[in-house]
Design a protein around this ligand. Structure first.
Ligand code: BLA
Length: 510
């Protein structure tokens, strides 16, 4: 009936995934307000020297972990470098001879000390990245000839280290859709290379969390969640943002089952303090990795992010140098010319910004270079763009979206870069870039939103990940920073010349 509230996509963003009240079962958790405080939270499955499960509540750290581990924890908390990062206290420690060895990992969050005991995993066999292997790996990464090749190498290296079936480098766009830009895989799981996944696959609060905690492991997609117990029901739920065992959103576990991924690990790739992408690993079967191996993957993601940033910077610099040369040539011709427009030749004009066409408009007069819309369309466009020029420049790489009147001329004017020389004389220079028609391979149809189904009030992830092709029109390649800069430098030179010529003219007249 219409009175039943329907779940919708905004519910996804409301799920408080940092306080799930559960952990994954490949370890246990203890928490207390301080090093001298009594244990206030524990997972139902905990095994300590002070007993198991609820029996640990109200005990001291010494009683639960033993004197030497408690001392190590105290030392770690006193160390100023110990802030929020997980810290390995003891490897292979066990509360008793019949219990499995655990690795203790500690952090502080929301006024609590949280210690997680992860059951030890012996993955040393494939986790072969030793310190001495790092320099040659870095050198190999540095020698790759493109960003894509660099990402492929990082994916391959991560797969070698983790023995996952598939490793993807997943890059977010401005709308938080993600595209798989590199992939390393065996034949166990399907290929997703070049596929784009809609933003709602990873809701905002999850992306925010991955900002703070750069790595997460989901050891199995159908594990039995372990509940957290507290000494008092009045205590607020424990914030597991930085926990390594945090219980995973049931919606995401369903997503993984739909996709056929039994286990997953992803590391955040950051850029300038923002989430740029994910280094994302999948196994068809459940898979657990040691803290040490996970740390190496985190390190790889960070190295990748730095190398991508460095590469982007050097690409920008190279483009800048290229454009400076064009600019120098143009300016040299212009200073000798009586009227600067006679110095503008087609090849320099187009090279200056990497355009396919350009037009100089002065009053009703138009000089065209390369491939442009016809004169009447240029004049109309000039009238439209004039008032939109701020700080001397206007640019878009999706002109048909902001100026639908461009109509069929969009094929030669998907992108527009415009500078004003003299608004009084109605003098402008426009550069055009041809429309770039591209095909986006979506994994599943993006317009078909996930549904709440009929039986429940919560959202369900989509079931189909079949490729769905979308043809994208009306856009050009984006104008690069160096190209916008070149246009601005050119503009100030022309403005200068025009002013000087005007002054000379008025001098002659008087
Ligand atoms: C989390 N969704 C995630 C994560 C990924 C994806 C990578 C991070 C956790 C992880 O590493 O597994 C999505 N997984 C992908 C994508 C691929 C993949 C794109 O393998 C491509 C190959 N998900 C939905 C809907 C909702 C949703 C409709 O499809 C909400 C109603 C939620 N996704 C969701 C939530 C999380 C998530 C809540 C956080 C899980 C957690 O950390 O607890």
């Amino acid at each position: 009936s219409e009175n039943i509230p329907q779940a919708d996509l905004s519910d996804c963003e409301r799920e408080p995934i940092h306080i799930p009240g559960t952990i994954q079962p490949h370890g246990f958790l203890l928490a207390a307000r301080g090093i001298d405080a009594l244990i206030s939270h524990t997972s139902e499955n905990s095994r300590t020297l002070a007993g198991t499960g609820a029996a640990v509540l109200g005990r001291t750290w010494e009683q639960a972990l033993g004197v030497s581990n408690a001392r190590a924890l105290r030392r770690a908390l006193d160390d100023p470098s110990f802030t929020v990062n997980p810290l390995s206290l003891a490897s292979g420690w066990s509360p008793s001879s019949d219990a499995s060895p655990v690795t203790l990992i500690a952090h502080t969050r929301g006024g609590f000390i949280i210690v997680e005991g992860e059951y030890a995993v012996d993955d040393a066999l494939h986790a072969g990245l030793e310190g001495h292997e790092l320099p040659p790996l870095l050198a190999r990464m540095g020698k790759t000839s493109s960003a894509t090749e660099l990402c492929v190498l990082a994916a391959e290296e991560t797969r070698r280290l983790t023995a996952f079936d598939r490793v993807l480098i997943y890059q977010f766009d401005a709308d938080w859709n993600g595209t798989v830009i590199a992939e390393s895989r065996n034949d166990v799981l399907p290929a997703y290379l070049n596929h784009r996944f809609p933003a709602f696959d990873i809701p905002k609060q999850a992306r925010d969390l991955y900002h703070i905690n750069r790595l997460r492991l989901i050891a199995s997609n159908d594990y039995q969640p372990v509940r957290l117990l507290a000494v008092s029901s009045e205590l607020p739920p424990l914030d597991l943002t930085l926990s390594t065992l945090r219980g995973i959103s049931p919606i995401h576990l369903e997503y993984m089952r739909n996709m056929g991924t039994g286990s997953s690990m992803s590391a955040s790739i950051m850029r300038d303090g923002k989430l740029w992408g994910l280094l994302s690993c999948h196994g068809r079967e459940p898979r657990n990795l040691s803290f040490a191996t996970r740390s190496v993957c985190d390190l790889l993601a960070q190295i990748l992010s730095m190398q991508l940033a460095a590469r982007e910077q050097s690409d920008q610099l190279a483009r800048q140098v290229q454009l400076r040369k064009v600019l120098t040539d143009l300016l040299a011709h212009m200073t000798d010319a009586v009227d600067f427009t006679t110095a503008l030749d087609s090849s320099h004009m187009l090279e200056l910004t990497g355009a396919h066409g350009s037009a100089l408009v002065r009053e009703g007069e138009i000089i065209r270079y390369g491939i442009t819309p016809p004169d009447d369309a240029i004049l109309k466009l000039r009238d439209w763009v004039g008032p939109r020029i701020t700080g001397g420049l206007f640019q878009t790489n999706e002109l048909p979206f902001v100026y639908p009147e461009i109509g069929d001329d969009a094929s030669v004017a998907g992108g527009l870069l415009a500078i004003s020389i003299s608004p009084v004389e109605q003098c402008y220079i426009l550069w055009f870039r041809a429309e770039l028609v591209t095909t986006v391979l979506w994994s599943g149809e993006p317009h078909k939103l996930p549904s709440s189904g009929t039986d429940t009030l919560r959202m369900h992830p989509r079931k189909s990940f079949d490729t769905w092709k979308e043809t994208v029109r009306g856009r050009s390649s984006p104008w690069l920073q160096a190209e916008l800069e070149a246009a601005m430098i050119f503009r100030s030179a022309v403005v200068d010349i025009v002013l000087k010529q005007a002054a000379a003219k008025s001098h002659l007249l008087t």
